[in-house]
Design a protein around this ligand. Sequence first.
Ligand code: MN
Length: 490
Amino acid sequence: MDTELMTKQQPPNVPRSDLREWLAHLEATGRLAVLREGVALKHRLAAVAKRLDGHQASYFPDAGGTGMPVVSGFMSRRSWIAEAMGVPESDMLAHFRKAADSPLPWREVQAAQAPCQQEVVRGADVLKLLPVPTHSEHDNGPYITAGLVIARNPVTGVQNVSINRIQVHSGTRMAILMLPRHLLAFYKEAESRNQVLEVAVVIGVDPLTLLASQAIAPIDYDELGIAGALHGVPLPVVKCQTNEVRVPANSEIVIEGRLLPGVREPEGPFGEFPKYYSARERREVIEVDAITHRHNPIFHTIVPAEMEHLLLGSIPREATLLAHLQRSFPNVLDVHLSIGGVGRYHLFVKLRKTHEGQPKNVICAAFGAHYDIKQVIVVDDDVEVHDPKQVEWAVATRFQADRDLVVIAGAQGSVLDPSTTVGQDYPDGGAPPAHLQGLSAKMGLDATRPVAYHEHVFTKVRVPGEADVDLRQEVRSEARIDWRTGGVKA
Ligand code: MN
């Protein structure tokens, strides 16, 4: 493995060519908590990781007594993700978009050069070998939540990468949720020919490959190419031991298997990103053939609905939404999917408004960009969209509900939003049929000030020079003046 070469070509001080380099960087900067050994996999591990979420990544040695460590929460702040990309936070979306627009095809290495195949276990028992946690209260057992599922299009051979929740049922069988995107399209194609779909579930990758897996890219657009572009060098990949899928060579653990045609097994309930449970339903099944891993591998788990989960989804989406809006409105300056809106449902848009009414056009365009978007708030360019307090201030002082509110009834929304099914009553007591799920209203708020206004009616108050104050110069730790007397100290 020519990691030395890769390191030399990377920008300095951004160690992220694999998970271990990034963890070492977090440790060196006080952001890695090493927990006590043997923490229980059921609930306890997720409970501890959740408490540290957004503050420190957590590393659990000998998790659940399996002998293998689990890591969580190493991408749980926007600033950490920008740091991994090697750009200021304000450039993060543009940088991601550039990588998505100009991917670097991967470079294949031999098995002997691939750390992820240092050890090969055929016919492995997933639950005996790997520390798979059970996260939330009503989860129906252990789940792999940070597995990059890689498969090849049966027609074109182009790979796809996505993160799917996977319930491990037994040693070699796992049920998987596939939302209606690329992996499901590949599976449907294979299933229509009564063929298996070869897959790899990759656990423990570097931060940029993890992020690239969440790009909203077209079908037949390999997300590992975006990972390469983010790294600035083609990603080294290796062919799986038991199938044709190519996986990141520097990853920690790879589960090789096949999605079976015509097989469904129950999966769920499982606590998802909106902080609610998805119901138990019959899902597609992966039969495991082998597990390959590094020497002393590290297992990654994402605690559902916490910062790592929300940010990994929201940042690539923000990049896509910004690009989408800017095609029609070049004066859209920035966007943010708020954490309170679970990183998916509530979009804040910063606009340099030139015409009255324009924010309502922007609102309509945003609803069309992704069905998950339920609420859009448009603000002016003096409002920081990444700060929910400032957005609320704009709504409080620049929005009037009778003229600035847009409501669209009965549109397609997120099926994971439980409020979309309220009031629907079905005789079997179960969920409505799939084609009726996720019916949602959309709400848009124009919280911009008028283009023209009298004097300082809509001028935000500011104190000149505030931003330039250097407090180290102004605050005296060894004050010369005694505040009690106003005189010079004795
Ligand atoms: Mn894709």
